[in-house]
Design a protein around this ligand. Structure first.
Ligand SMILES: N[C@@H](CCC(=O)N[C@@H](CS)C(=O)NCC(=O)O)C(=O)O
Length: 210
């Protein structure tokens, strides 16, 4: 039994989606980000970074969305969401999981929270810089899926696809959403057609980018 501390649509979404896909028994604890619940002492004991997601695994809290996805894929090998070690697919899996986690997600963090890195008018400059970085990832991901898809690791779906879809969703109100890249739009449509996506939306109460 897992417990997921989440906020609708936030970096917890891919973890929640994966728990649903895996049919893994879990309990949800909603964190009210607007009210600052993530910075309260009892939550900081679970996640000292003051962010969601946090997942309680065998009684112990664990954080970082990408790490949680990798860990869940390992704990539920029958689902086949992580390519076999040593395979070419595994190389792609590691490359893209790390690229999404190290390059794309931090850029989004600055897009949503420019006050983390800049003040006043400099926040707009920071946002335009990371917008370019985000769009460059869409260029790369689109070219990769076009040549080596339909999924990030080729023929079989992996947790990298759930992660990429969550991040694409975050661009929906940006000047150039990921779905402006036709290959990415087709990929998103494929991922959103999964019954688990509808269930996820119902539970989290989401409607945008349905
Ligand atoms: N690197 C972290 C980032 C998580 C993160 O930035 N979460 C955001 C929501 S998408 C959050 O909790 N924001 C609240 C805040 O910063 O106060 C992860 O991947 O888990």
């Amino acid at each position: 039994m897992y417990t997921l501390y989440f906020a609708p649509g936030a970096a917890s979404l891919a973890v929640h989606w994966l728990l649903l896909e895996l049919g893994a028994e879990h309990r949800l604890e909603k964190v009210d980000l607007a009210a600052g619940q993530q910075r309260q002492a009892d939550y900081l004991k679970l996640n000292p970074n003051g962010v969601v997601p946090t997942l309680i695994v065998d009684g112990a809290p664990m954080y970082e969305c990408a790490a949680l996805l990798l860990m869940l894929a390992e704990r539920h090998p029958d689902a086949g969401f992580a390519p076999a070690p040593g395979s070419r697919e595994r190389q792609l899996y590691l490359q893209w999981m790390l690229h999404l986690a190290n390059t794309l997600q931090p850029a989004f963090r600055i897009w949503w929270y420019p006050q983390d890195v800049a003040e006043g008018a400099a926040q707009d400059i920071a946002k335009s810089k990371v917008q370019a970085k985000i769009e460059a990832v869409w260029d790369r991901l689109s070219a990769h899926l076009d040549s080596s898809g339909p999924y990030v690791c080729g023929d079989a779906i992996s947790v990298a696809d759930f992660y990429a879809t969550m991040l694409m969703r975050w661009s929906r109100n940006m000047p150039r959403p990921a779905t402006e890249w036709p290959v990415l739009a087709a990929f998103a449509a494929r991922m959103k057609a999964r019954p688990s996506f509808r269930k996820l939306y119902e539970i989290e109460g989401l409607s945008e980018w349905a």
